[in-house]
Design a protein around this ligand. Structure first.
Ligand code: HEC
Length: 142
């Protein structure tokens, strides 16, 4: 007892320190509550990749997307830096107007629709390729 007590105190003090540092660093992160159930689909349900993998729009768009840097910020069903493709697909109807508008955003970059993080411009992506990519994104509806 005589030995363990000071050690316990020391551990408690260190834990307190670590906690103070940790909370200081995290103070800029405001989102602590993850929406429950978004990624955890019932087991039977197909992933969106499986659902659309044979669609020519899917195949063409995905090939172009993979050749660019999109995947470093976007995933199909999970938000990382940018919104998930499924979220984008849920927000916009797959109309020519929307495909045009979003393709221009991919080429020119933009910010403010999904938050404060901007999407950089993609000057090396042609508008045609961007349209194929966006068409792929917009079919990914649940
Ligand atoms: C560096 C990270 C990054 C990369 C790389 C990136 N995006 Fe984004 N993207 C974002 C962010 C952040 C947003 C949200 C922008 C906003 O809030 O307006 C976004 C938004 C979008 C949207 C929705 C736009 C809207 O107005 O709703 C589409 C579609 C999209 N990206 C497609 C792509 C495609 C296709 C590529 C590859 C050519 C790509 N992104 C590459 C970060 C990225």
């Amino acid at each position: 007892m005589k030995i363990t007590k000071p050690i316990n105190l020391a551990i408690a003090a260190m834990a307190g320190l670590a906690f103070a540092c940790g909370s200081g660093e995290k103070s800029t992160e405001t989102t602590t509550i993850e929406p429950v159930g978004t990624p955890a689909a019932p087991e039977k349900e197909m992933s969106l990749e499986e659902k659309y993998q044979d669609d020519p729009i899917y195949i063409k768009g995905l090939a172009k997307l993979k050749a660019s840097d999109c995947t470093s910020c976007h995933m199909v069903e999970r938000k990382i830096v940018g919104p998930s493709y499924a979220e984008v697909a849920a927000k916009y109807e797959s109309t020519e107007e929307n495909i045009n508008m979003l393709a221009q955003k991919v080429v020119n970059g933009g910010v403010g629709v999904w938050g404060e993080i901007p999407m950089p411009a993609h000057p090396t992506v042609s508008l045609e390729d961007a349209k194929d990519m966006v068409a792929y994104v917009l079919i990914l509806k649940k």
